[in-house]
Design a protein around this ligand. Structure first.
Ligand code: FEO
Length: 402
């Protein structure tokens, strides 16, 4: 692959996406390794572009298309997902190439019309079970509502055994390599897990349903092509299995302790709680919020059995970083967790109560009473914090068989 040329994936399919080396924030998700916006070109009797890219990357995508075929020869465009990282340049591309048809799910049609104020005739809606003939191949559609938008769908090219899965099975990772087996497995697993935790977690029950549906369809998949990150060719079964596992959010003997601190008191309590957990054989991640991004906390929570949160009280409130992380986590709806709450205060102490309310809203039961310490913890207070760790550790050991 040279600069802005397509990469041939199969006889008929080309990668024509864009690499975003600089993006570091994706509506609150820290994309520390950048991202790709993948688009795919199917060259058959009907030349078909599957998804497009974020608006500023239109030139890069069209240059890759042009390295294969004149973009004006595109007959069909399929939009598997309406979010603007995959449709930002769609209106301009439609104007430029004037395709015969543009396909999307019925919810996708609505979403695209709401985003771009398209004429009602422009988008042809397709449903699960429908397919379009491209010549010597057919492209079949499976709607995947709420994975992760109402419009989401996947499409499957039968002759090449290629599934185009939009955000599904993707990750934010900018690379010049296109395939899973060309990337360090540690990075691959870490970024796939982070993506699931931050994007898919609230929709876990739907993921479980989709995985069942895919199993029932029995599609033979040689290439699994998400709209972000590498294409799965060597470990298709592995990423499908990972998604099944992550969606279950099984109980585990791991704990995440998040805290913020003003003068070190809450930090001391966090350390003592960690000691207690470790004594019970729990693997602990202590995440000071001054140096832990919300999307990394969400990733840590995905495979943990306990979430323990501590904050000082400032002006009758918890620390702003704690409010940020709890608001974010509440939206992600993590399951199968137990909780603990702690904090320190000067003359009032509302933070602990406010954090407890978040835990109640998230339906995370608290193991034991919360700890709220005046100013600086004494040895006795730290013993109680350690006790809290021991109690939560014992609870986890009972709930989560090894
Ligand atoms: Fe990659 Fe939901 O957009």
């Amino acid at each position: 692959m040279g600069p802005c040329t397509a990469e041939k994936l199969t006889d008929k399919v080309y990668w024509v996406g864009a690499i975003d080396w600089s993006v570091r924030d994706f509506h609150g998700y820290s994309t520390s390794r950048g991202s790709t916006y993948n688009a795919f070109l199917v060259v058959d009797d009907k030349v078909t572009l599957i998804d497009t890219v974020k608006k500023p990357f239109k030139g890069e995508m069209l240059a890759r298309v042009a390295s294969v075929i004149d973009p004006a020869q595109i007959d069909y465009i399929v939009s598997n997902h309406s979010e603007m990282d995959h449709t930002g340049c769609l209106p301009e591309v439609i104007n430029q190439v004037k395709p015969e048809k543009v396909f999307a799910s019925s919810m996708g049609k609505k979403a695209l019309e709401a985003h771009f104020h398209f004429d009602e005739q422009l988008i042809t809606p397709v449903r699960t079970g429908e397919s379009i003939a491209l010549g010597s191949s057919n492209l079949a559609f499976v709607e995947t509502r709420m994975l992760h938008w109402p419009d989401s769908m996947v499409s499957y090219l039968d002759s090449e055994k290629v599934m185009f899965s939009q955000d599904g099975f993707g990750m934010h990772l900018a690379t010049t390599e296109r395939y899973d087996d060309q990337i360090d497995p540690y990075v691959l697993k870490q970024e796939a897990e982070k993506y699931f935790a931050n994007i898919l977690l609230p929709f876990s029950p739907m993921v479980t349903g989709l995985m069942k549906k895919l199993d029932e369809l029995g599609l033979d998949i040689d290439l699994l092509c998400p709209d972000h990150g590498p294409i799965w060719r060597s470990n298709v079964a592995g990423i499908l299995e990972n998604w099944k596992e992550w969606a279950l959010q099984k109980c585990s003997r791991k704990a995440v302790v998040i805290y913020d601190t003003m003068w070190g008191s809450t930090a001391k309590m966090a350390e003592a709680i960690c000691d207690g957990l470790v004594e019970k054989g729990i693997s602990v991640k202590v995440m000071p919020l001054a140096s832990s991004h919300r999307s990394d906390v969400a990733t840590a929570v995905l495979d943990s059995g306990a979430l323990i949160a501590g904050s000082p009280t400032i002006n009758g409130q918890m620390f702003p970083r704690m409010a940020d992380i709890l608001t974010y986590l509440k939206g992600l709806k993590p399951k199968n967790l137990v909780g603990g709450v702690f904090g320190s205060y000067g003359w009032s102490g509302e933070a602990v109560k406010h954090i407890e309310q978040y835990f109640a809203d998230m339906k995370i039961p608290l193991t034991g009473d919360s700890l709220n310490i005046n100013y600086v913890p004494r040895d006795e207070d730290l013993r109680k914090a350690r006790e809290m760790g021991l109690t939560i550790g014992m609870d986890l050991c009972e709930r989560c068989p090894e």
